[in-house]
Design a protein around this ligand. Structure first.
Ligand SMILES: Nc1ncnc2c1ncn2[C@@H]1O[C@H](COP(=O)(O)OP(=O)(O)OP(=O)(O)O)[C@@H](O)[C@H]1O
Length: 618
């Protein structure tokens, strides 16, 4: 491409991010305003060619992958990534961040003359937090490289066969996608893993990598790779530019700040709102330079500005409708089942994801939903009981065998209509097509996790719904979300349940006064409890799920401890929410200690109340 052509294209991209009044706006403004001629706030009005990508790659993106034009974040970030700068990208879930780094890497690698070879080893490393995300990124990469057969994609991840991975590394992988633990293992133990030509390190879902406890591994990886970067013969050999590191996430927090400090060099930030960046950040170009505070001193003025930004608002998909449903603990299970039934009755072909806090809870609900048959009029012997839900149900969590995990992930991807029950292992980065609704049956904890969970729907400008279950004692969580500008409307539960049970109510004389006493909920709860008590396997699953649920509830951290207080739970009601007629007693020592503390607290409260009452009387 000639210089004049390059200049023309650059101008076109810049023009695309200017407002009508001619005032230059930052990259983030573009996203917020839904500008660049984009009516939907998702796609840019320029083409991939305008971003300077190679014509063959652009043609492939368009014709084989169906990507007609770049998304806004792609239009903003790709030219900067191509320029070789370290970059931190912050954009909402489902806005196409994977292509932000893969397309420039492929573009730059395919241009190398002479062509790169397998024997040159690894040029780019993409680090992701989970196995599923690793495979997903690898599959996109494979599709992207279709026309560039000499660039070899590969992945290494926990749960796979080490020696097969070694053999693949020995042959040479040009772009490697990896989870941190397994990568470190190969860096230390696989001498045939050639990485002296490594030019890019990408941290996708950067904050999650750290939350999962990979901080130490990441430090070691960076240290390990830094030693071959500083090797003077690398520059002599290849005349290389310095290594380029990229960091991406839909949510930024202090942990990302830490990682940015150790991995990015004079980075450019893309996708942050101006008001969040504070007036201290330079506004001279399409992008904002990261304040120099990140280079070391936490206490510098600019560093503080950056940190305070990190505690700020989160970006959510524009067409996401968010609601919460307030349900008393003992009715949670019946309400969940009823809502799922309503959703699938309304539209039998759709995909829904339900998030639980523990693997045991996923296993229990999965078994229940697959086995439970019920008819609202089952008192009549003539009526045959039906499966409660008629959709395909799948589960995904971290305790599953590697193959089962992969199968679940792939079938939910492929199905047109299905229900996925999962833990947070599915919260990050996974791109399941056409998910209509996300139900958070167990609260997510940190607001970041809320954002990522709901981000599995309403992707790339599509519509989506999110429903958060809260017990009455947990409603303060809404304030926690509001602190991050996330606000939810209430789901009209009573009305919806009445609608579901119209015929059922006709045959029952008592009118419901509350949800707990609603004939439909009571009948369904009773049927579930009888069903569970009749099967030892399911009963055991319910008991384990109960125990680990309570343990998970006690594990909420920081401010959230004030909202999710195990002391406030009625454990008999919790047991009911697992279809148990009685509270299981087989609990671990730590739980007994908690229970003791709870009793003691209650006693103390009681005696102080008594003292107050006595005082009043006297
Ligand atoms: N330019 C484009 N045109 C059409 N579709 C695109 C384009 N870029 C990406 N996509 C599609 O958009 C979806 C979301 O992309 P991707 O998974 O990269 O989003 P993300 O921002 O990384 O989301 P998350 O934050 O949840 O990880 C994918 O199905 C991807 O194939």
């Amino acid at each position: 491409m000639g210089e004049a052509e390059k200049r023309k294209r650059k101008r076109k991209v810049e023009a695309a991010v200017e407002e009508d009044d001619g005032e230059r706006k930052s990259a983030s403004d573009v996203g917020r305003l839904g500008a660049v001629g984009s009516s939907d706030g998702v796609f840019a009005s320029c083409s991939f060619e305008d971003l300077g990508l190679h014509p063959t790659l652009c043609q492939h993106l368009k014709e084989k992958m169906g990507f007609e034009v770049p998304t806004l974040i792609q239009a903003q970030a790709i030219p900067i990534v191509v320029s070789g700068k370290d970059v931190l990208v912050n954009a909402a879930t489902g806005t196409g961040k994977t292509i932000v780094y893969l397309a420039p890497i492929v573009h730059l690698l395919q241009m190398r003359n002479p062509r790169i070879q397998r024997a040159d080893g690894t040029f780019a490393l993409v680090l992701v937090p989970t196995r599923e995300l690793c495979i997903q990124v690898y599959e996109i990469l494979e599709r992207l490289l279709h026309r560039f057969h000499w660039i070899v994609p590969g992945y290494i991840t926990g749960g796979e066969n080490r020696s097969k991975e070694k053999a693949r590394l020995r042959k040479g992988i040009s772009i490697l996608v990896a989870t941190p633990g397994r990568l470190l293992d190969h860096l230390k133990n696989t001498s045939a893993f050639l990485h002296k030509n490594l030019h890019w390190i990408v941290f996708d879902e950067a904050d999650r990598i750290l939350e999962l406890g990979f901080g130490k591994a990441i430090e070691e990886i960076i240290e390990f790779l830094r030693s071959d970067e500083s090797g003077s013969d690398r520059k002599l050999r290849t005349g290389e530019l310095p290594r380029q590191n990229l960091l991406l996430s839909a949510t930024l927090n202090e942990k990302v700040n830490q990682l940015a400090k150790i991995s990015l060099d004079d980075p450019i930030m893309i996708g942050l709102d101006d008001e969040k960046m504070t007036s201290k950040a330079p506004r001279s170009s399409l992008t904002h330079l990261l304040p120099k505070g990140l280079e070391g001193n936490d206490r510098s003025e600019d560093g503080e500005a950056f940190s305070s930004h990190l505690a700020d608002d989160y970006r959510l998909p524009e067409r996401l409708s968010q609601r919460y449903v307030k349900v008393p603990c003992g009715s949670r299970l019946s309400v969940l089942l009823s809502i799922l039934r309503i959703f699938y009755e309304k539209e039998d072909s759709q995909k829904i994801v339900v998030f639980f806090s523990t693997c045991d809870a996923v296993d229990f609900h999965y078994a229940l939903l697959n086995e439970f048959h019920w008819s609202a009029h089952s008192k009549l012997e003539t009526i045959k009981k039906q499966p409660f839900l008629r959709c395909k149900t799948l589960c995904l969590h971290g305790n599953m065998e590697h193959d089962a995990r992969r199968t679940a992930f792939q079938s939910f991807n492929a199905e047109k209509s299905a229900l996925l029950l999962c833990t947070d292992v599915a919260a990050r980065g996974l791109d399941f097509p056409k998910v209509r609704c996300i139900i958070q049956y167990d609260s997510p904890g940190e607001a970041t996790e809320y954002v990522h969970r709901v981000g599995r729907t309403a992707r790339l400008g599509e519509k989506g719904e999110a429903l958060l279950f809260l017990q009455p004692i947990e409603v303060d969580y809404l304030q926690e979300l509001r602190r991050h500008s996330v606000s939810l409307a209430e789901f009209p539960l009573q009305k919806v349940i009445d609608g579901l049970s119209v015929n059922f109510l006709k045959s029952n004389s008592s009118r419901p006064s509350s949800l707990d006493t609603h004939p439909w909920i009571m009948a369904l709860q009773k049927a579930v409890e009888n069903f569970i008590s009749g099967g030892p396997e399911l009963r055991n699953l319910a008991k384990s799920a109960f125990c680990s649920w309570v343990r998970a509830y006690t594990a909420h951290k920081g401010e959230l401890k004030r909202i999710f207080m195990v002391r406030k739970l009625h454990l008999g009601h919790v047991a009911r929410s697992f279809g148990l007629k009685e509270q299981p007693s087989l609990l671990g020592r730590s739980f007994h200690l908690q229970a003791k503390k709870r009793k003691w607290d209650l006693k103390r409260q009681g005696s102080s109340k008594r003292r107050r009452l006595t005082k009043k009387r006297t």
